[in-house]
Design a protein around this ligand. Structure first.
Ligand code: BG6
Ligand code: MG
Length: 221
């Protein structure tokens, strides 16, 4: 029986995924690393440092930078990202998300956030959504990022739930892999092909309702 819902943030609750992408693209341009749709998709859900490594790797530049250089580049990306957040308000919550969170609260589901982003508490505050979350996993305290299951296992544990009592909601392939490896039920939101490993798929957040999820669960049971 499902008792908890674990949300990704960027790309599920709000389109900060676009801001992350824009800020990484700016850095890639500066480093002379070609920006492709594949690279953009692979970066989704990946921690700040792992993202930088992925970009350097894509450009064949893994050896040219010291740890201090990498810290500086990651900090630069983050300050660009933070500048994008300035104009954000609760109008930037994706369609259907607030209603869905309300529905979950009304039915006593426990709700947690499993975002790789160290900026996620700030984003939830800006969107006025912090009140719905019983817990936010601190990505700084994890040893491995998505697609490793650690963040989703930690989320279940912090809700005092077994993984199989939890549903994880993600927009990124790395996130779906993490949910599946944690033994939780995965819901992918977005492109069906990108999210083909998701147990349940919806095209957009406005389709997220308990009724739709129950129907989808019956059809895969
Ligand atoms: C994930 C995003 O949620 O967080 C990634 O999907 C981002 O794009 C990652 O790189 C880390 O975020 P931050 O805010 O800690 O740099
Ligand atoms: Mg995401």
């Amino acid at each position: 029986k499902i008792k908890g819902f674990i949300f990704d943030l960027d790309g599920v609750i709000t389109l900060t995924s676009k801001y992350h992408s824009r800020a990484w693209r700016e850095l890639a341009d500066e480093l002379g690393v070609p920006w492709t749709a594949t690279l953009a998709e692979r970066l989704k859900g990946i921690s700040r440092m792992d993202s930088l490594e992925m970009i350097l790797d894509a450009g064949g530049k893994t050896n040219g930078y010291s740890d201090a250089d990498k810290e500086r580049l990651a900090a630069k990306k983050n300050s660009n990202y933070l500048a994008c957040l300035e104009q954000m308000t609760d109008a930037d919550i994706l369609p259907g998300i607030t209603d869905f969170l309300e529905e979950l609260m009304a039915h006593d589901y426990k709700i947690s956030l499993a975002s790789a982003s160290k900026n996620s508490p700030k984003v939830l505050e800006k969107l006025n959504l912090a009140k719905y979350f019983a817990n936010i996993v601190d990505p700084a305290k994890l040893s491995k990022g998505k697609p490793d299951p650690e963040i989703f296992l930690r989320a279940a544990e912090q809700l005092s739930l077994k993984p199989d009592a939890c549903i994880g909601i993600e927009d990124a392939s790395a996130g779906i892999q993490a949910i599946n490896a944690a033994g939780e039920l995965s819901i992918g939101i977005g492109d069906a092909e990108t999210l083909r490993e998701a147990a349940i798929h919806f095209t957009a957040t406005k389709e997220l309702t308990l009724a739709a999820i129950k129907r989808a669960m019956q059809s895969i049971a």
